[in-house]
Design a protein around this ligand. Structure first.
Ligand SMILES: Nc1ncnc2c1ncn2[C@@H]1O[C@H](COP(=O)(O)OP(=O)(O)OP(=O)(O)O)[C@@H](O)[C@H]1O
Length: 254
């Protein structure tokens, strides 16, 4: 569903991401984790078609993002960590606008369903400046889900949500995966990653250091057995990793 091959991104002389290759199948939730500056946002923005790769290729639902950008983008949704909304459109108008952009034919019943799922019904006529940070985040996610994307890209999706909102958001993400959406979730919240993700992609300084299920990663690094995800993260991304070569840590690469 999402295929990345040799993705590399340079900013001038800075190598932000180097030769990243991975696959996310329908129903998979891939946790993209790494320290600050590791290249997670750069990777998500490339997958969303916002950043052009320096080299490599990306396909969504079998459609090449560089040669057919509009068709590929029509199959995905990218929810950035900062919600991008229109100040003069109400909550409902946002969804109606997105429905027209993406040609969603059943928007009339879908919009109230999504507003209910994301607990926005009471705010359906509000403008973004009247919404809290968490409500803005929920609206951005509702807009992303309206066209039933085949690939869902989420950058820190829980920012600003209250405990009930967090639980509902986790259910929303898990429900989309059960329906066959390929999900990539980038977060520093390792408990979220552990709970929702079927596989992990750990990057450090733009390079992949581990890919696979936790079991696959542990089988490539037996010294990580019995460790918490936080301890694994520190061992995989710290400067003093015990086995030296980052490439030796990669497991289950697609
Ligand atoms: N527009 C840009 N111009 C130059 N360098 C950039 C630009 N955007 C990102 N970088 C650099 O690319 C590298 C990867 O940054 P990126 O934002 O992808 O990291 P990240 O993993 O998302 O970090 P964080 O967890 O802090 O959000 C960093 O070294 C960063 O300084």
């Amino acid at each position: 569903m999402i295929d990345v091959s040799g993705y590399t991104k340079l900013y001038g002389d800075t190598v932000a991401v180097q030769s990243l290759s991975f696959h996310v199948a329908p129903g998979d939730v891939l946790g993209l984790v790494g320290p600050n500056g590791a290249g997670k946002t750069t990777t998500l923005r490339a997958l969303a078609g916002i950043l052009q790769p320096t080299s490599g290729s990306i396909a969504v639902a079998g459609i090449d993002l560089q040669s057919q950008p509009v068709a590929a983008k029509a199959r995905l949704a990218f929810i950035p960590d900062e919600p991008q909304l229109f100040d003069y459109l109400t909550v409902t108008e946002h969804l109606q606008f997105v429905a027209r952009l993406y040609g969603v034919t059943d928007a009339a019943p879908r919009i109230p369903e999504l507003l209910e799922e994301l607990e926005l019904t009471a705010k359906k006529d509000a403008l973004p400046p009247e919404l809290s940070r968490g409500m803005k985040q929920k609206l951005a996610i509702a807009c992303g889900l309206l066209h039933r994307p085949a690939a869902l890209l989420l950058d820190e999706p829980l920012t600003g949500l209250d405990p009930v909102g967090i639980r509902r958001m986790k259910e929303t993400i898990a429900a989309r995966a059960r329906e066959g959406t390929a999900v990539i979730l980038s977060s520093h919240l390792l408990h979220l990653v552990e709970e929702l993700c079927t596989r992990l992609l750990v990057i450090r300084r733009g390079q992949m250091v581990a890919l696979g299920t936790i079991e696959e990663i542990v089988s490539a690094r037996p010294d990580l057995a019995g460790r918490t995800l936080e301890e694994m993260f520190i061992a995989l991304t710290g400067d003093g990793t015990s086995n030296g070569s980052p490439n030796g840590l990669i497991s289950g690469a697609a």
